[in-house]
Design a protein around this ligand. Structure first.
Ligand SMILES: *[C@@H]1O[C@H](CO)[C@@H](O)[C@H](O)[C@H]1NC(C)=O
Ligand SMILES: *[C@@H]1O[C@H](CO)[C@@H](O)[C@H](O)[C@H]1NC(C)=O
Ligand SMILES: *[C@@H]1O[C@H](CO)[C@@H](O)[C@H](O)[C@H]1NC(C)=O
Ligand SMILES: *[C@@H]1O[C@H](CO)[C@@H](O)[C@H](O)[C@H]1NC(C)=O
Ligand SMILES: *[C@@H]1O[C@H](CO)[C@@H](O)[C@H](O)[C@H]1NC(C)=O
Ligand SMILES: *[C@@H]1O[C@H](CO)[C@@H](O)[C@H](O)[C@H]1NC(C)=O
Ligand SMILES: *[C@@H]1O[C@H](CO)[C@@H](O)[C@H](O)[C@H]1NC(C)=O
Length: 760
């Protein structure tokens, strides 16, 4: 198991968005100054010089103006706070200071086409009909490559029509290695990929070595991109992420796209992405986040603040396969994005177990998995090696092998690209290959060039996509929706390795990768599309429109139902006309936070407004936040009971009438009062209650139904899932007086894949 754990780690962490590792740096000297964020809530009203205030606070604690100046890294101005290098003692003194919400160590996070837009029904014809040119998407990522095939056009645009309106970079730790560019330029590929997915230009003939050849385009090619480079070869530091939010808010971007996150539950006021997104929301900017790549385990979702959009990853109808053909004519089809052509030539086929490098300490029990450094080149050279696990191919490649056939059932729903001819077949097919090797005099095989097949099962949420329930607020459903995030082709940095092998010397302009990092920019592009059509809509209204118009995802393909896909798969075209929206503003989120256990004192710090008040001092469920979905966490063994109040705003025709439709699975009843809503003006609001009742349930992982507001002419439908599930009395109780519940679950170690080995 340990071996497999490492293997999965390696593949996942290299391919996409693994998240890391908060406090990767272990306990160091208490007197050593380390970067911390001192967060003081919103910017005070009136005259306020952030830099002066922060400098004088630091001077007070550190003792001199010069040490204050040396320590200060960022002075945040769109909200109130700063990042500075502090000793443990200085951290303690700031924590106790009036006005300080939290002192947060500088955590290191890790990062978490094009058929994908067409697949979700958002065709080229739909794009371009709207004035997306006025919309700016801010991406917090690894930077963006300014000049290659697709981006060469982008470069022209920078000079002419300002395609990339800005690029900034942040590195509070001042850690650079030889692969990092000290500029907004991307050396990793990830930021180039995400930005081209959201708003890349239309480029015909884009492919990965001929695979997936077609026209590449972003969701809103007319929109502009502002790149905030916060991720480096070591990861992404939270002080930098907050600095990027600060600038993006000041720069006036319309949507912020963040394909990275922390890997375990953080309270809302200790999570810099939640904090940054809160202040963005106050300023009318929606933040779209990746849900994380820690699935399929329950409670694995990250970026779950209710003011952000949390995006899961699902498949499109294209999958990548490569066939292995044995000397006896048997053909096995495996998953792989295989760009290598062996021209049908057969090579000797051996089992990895027969190629142990004994001087390196290997035995057949190790080499059967073809682990890097343990293979014997005398045996492997010039051959195709059969390996009993999925690995990145470097074990065989470094020993001079021609190709590899790997047998594994661990990952069956997405493909990797490798630095040599390779394919991943099922374990049972693997037994047949092994049988052939053992019973044949001179076994041979070849691996064919990769193909694209239609995946008729699509869409379904991929196994690695992080799942709900929400680990902090059980009564808010997360993720919010799903978008394409599997085997997505988009622009790539030619200086970054295209495969899972870091040392792969090849250079590509387009690459095919998977992750919620890839689905997030799809949702960001869709949000920008809605924003362009409705510039006056609030972040909550845009989010509501995306959620209530999402395409239903087949529940039969998902045991964990909405905890996998939320409201469904984004449908940008329909999101333009949701009819009704569930709007919410800062006041609503403040009331929500009060229910979560924050009090007037702490709320005032966060809002920076002395008039903010928590009316209710009793923590309780989040049922009344005007959220576009419904989640009811029931204590194990208790009856199902919840009453939700919601308000919808008419954004359709002035005179519209709506009737509610309800669907329920067995086990509980939904009743809505009133069942008919009549509007006579645009912007008119109507409230209703949703009662969810049923008998006692225990050990219920999830059951769900939905309510749909349908206009009398059937032109508009706003659908919200209703989810009911059991939580344990402890430590999950939503009725704990302690607001921030920290689940103590642990994922199986096999999926502890974070941060061990590296960059996306
Ligand atoms: C892109 O820019 C880099 C650095 O400025 C340069 O080395 C490279 O040759 C350029 N590539 C193209 C295709 O212009
Ligand atoms: C991609 O398709 C276009 C049009 O069918 C063709 O001209 C081009 O050669 C193809 N490119 C590759 C790399 O296969
Ligand atoms: C055995 O492994 C060592 C260490 O990886 C390597 O240096 C050596 O070349 C290998 N020997 C053969 C025959 O592959
Ligand atoms: C938020 O909306 C409510 C009505 O839904 C309104 O009473 C309140 O003033 C608004 N708050 C802000 C900060 O706009
Ligand atoms: C508000 O919460 C903070 C932090 O939990 C606590 O220190 C403070 O005493 C509380 N204030 C009131 C008025 O309850
Ligand atoms: C808010 O109240 C605090 C304490 O009463 C005071 O120090 C501060 O100046 C007030 N801020 C504003 C903006 O009124
Ligand atoms: C909506 O319902 C009201 C009251 O039932 C009715 O008078 C009105 O004509 C309806 N409007 C539309 C557009 O159907």
């Amino acid at each position: 198991m340990a071996k497999k754990g490492l293997m999965i780690s390696r593949l996942y962490s290299m391919l996409f968005a693994a998240f890391c590792l908060i406090n990767c740096h272990a306990a160091a000297d208490a007197n050593e100054r380390k970067v911390h964020i001192v967060y003081m809530g919103d910017r005070p009203k009136g005259e306020f010089s952030a830099a002066t205030t922060h400098h004088s606070m630091l001077k007070g604690v550190l003792g001199s103006a010069s040490s204050a100046k040396k320590s200060l890294i960022y002075s945040y101005g769109s909200f109130n706070g700063f990042a500075a290098k502090l000793t443990d003692e200085e951290v303690r003194r700031f924590s106790e200071m009036d006005g300080v919400v939290r002192v947060i160590p500088n955590h290191i996070l890790k990062l978490h086409t094009t058929r994908s837009w067409d697949f979700i029904g958002f065709t080229q014809d739909a794009v371009g009909a709207k004035p997306e040119g006025d919309v700016v998407i801010g991406l917090l990522d690894t930077g963006k490559l300014m000049n290659h095939t697709q981006t060469a056009m982008v470069l022209t645009k920078i000079k002419s029509s300002h395609k990339i309106i800005g690029g900034r970079y942040y590195n509070s730790e001042n850690w650079y290695d030889e692969t990092d560019f000290k500029s907004p330029r991307d050396s990793e590929g990830h930021g180039t990929h995400t930005s081209s997915t959201a708003a890349g230009d239309k480029v015909p003939g884009a492919s990965y070595y001929g695979l997936a050849n077609g026209t590449a385009r972003g969701g809103v090619p007319g929109a502009r991109i502002a790149m905030y480079k916060v991720c480096w070869s070591f990861g992404c530091a939270t002080a930098d992420i907050l600095a990027a939010f600060d600038d993006a808010i000041a720069d006036g971007v319309d949507v912020i796209s963040v394909s990275l996150g922390a890997d375990w539950p953080l309270a809302y006021d200790e999570d810099p992405i939640a904090i940054g997104a809160f202040h963005a929301m106050k300023n009318g900017i929606l933040t779209s986040n990746s849900a994380g790549n820690s699935g399929p385990w329950p409670y694995s979702v990250s970026n779950y603040a209710p003011w952000t959009l949390t995006v899961a990853a699902s498949t499109i109808d294209r999958k990548f396969v490569a066939k292995a053909v044995l000397g006896n004519g048997q053909v096995f089809t495996g998953l792989s994005i295989n760009s290598f052509e062996l021209h049908g030539k057969s090579f000797p086929l051996i089992w990895g177990g027969h190629a142990a490098n004994y001087s390196a300490g290997a035995s057949p029990d190790i080499s059967r998995y073809c682990i890097t450094g343990f293979m014997n080149s005398y045996k492997v050279e010039g051959k195709i090696v059969f390996c009993e696990t999925l690995w990145d191919g470097t074990g065989v490649l470094q020993a001079g092998g021609v190709g590899t056939i790997m047998a594994d059932d661990e990952i069956t729903d997405f493909a990797f690209n490798y630095p040599l001819p390779a394919t991943q077949i099922s374990a049972s097919d693997g037994e047949k290959v092994l049988d052939y090797i053992k019973t044949t005099e001179n076994p041979t095989a070849t691996i064919l060039l990769g193909e694209t097949w239609t995946d008729y099962m699509a869409p379904y949420v991929v196994s690695f996509s992080s799942r709900g329930p929400n680990p902090i607020t059980p009564d808010i459903l997360k993720p919010d929706l799903t978008a394409p995030g599997v085997d997505i082709i988009a622009a790539w940095s030619p200086v970054a390795p295209p495969s899972v092998d870091w040392e792969d010397p090849r250079s590509v302009d387009y690459n095919i990768i998977s992750g919620t990092s890839m689905s997030c920019p799809h949702a960001s592009g869709a949000a920008a599309y809605v924003k362009a059509a409705h510039p006056d809509w609030s972040p909550a209204a845009i989010k509501s429109a995306l959620m209530t118009t999402a395409t239903l995802v087949d529940p039969k393909k998902h045991e964990d139902l909405e905890f996998a896909y939320g409201s469904g798969q984004i449908n940008p075209t329909r999101a333009l006309s949701p009819g009704l929206v569930y709007d919410a503003n800062e006041t609503d989120y403040i009331n929500f936070l009060c229910k979560q256990g924050y009090n007037t004192t702490t709320i005032r710090l966060i809002t920076g407004d002395n008039s903010s008040v928590c009316t209710s001092t009793t923590p309780g469920p989040a049922w009344d936040l005007n959220y576009p979905s419904f989640s009811l966490a029931v204590l194990d063994g208790q009856p199902i009971y919840g009453v939700f109040t919601r308000t919808v705003t008419n954004v359709g025709p002035p005179n519209s009438n709506y009737t509610v439709w309800m669907t329920t699975q067995r086990g509980f009843t939904i009743s809505v009062e009133p069942q008919f809503l009549s509007f006579s003006t645009v912007g008119e609001k109507k409230s209703f209650t949703v009662r969810v009742t049923g008998p006692k349930i225990s050990q219920q992982p999830i059951t769900s139904g939905s309510i749909v507001w349908v206009s009398s002419d059937y032109k508009y439908m706003a659908r919200s899932p209703v989810v009911v599930y059991n939580v344990l009395p402890t430590p999950y109780s939503p009725y704990d007086s302690k607001s921030q519940r920290k689940p103590t679950f642990r994922r199986p170690s096999m999926y502890h894949k974070n941060g061990i080995l590296g960059r996306n």
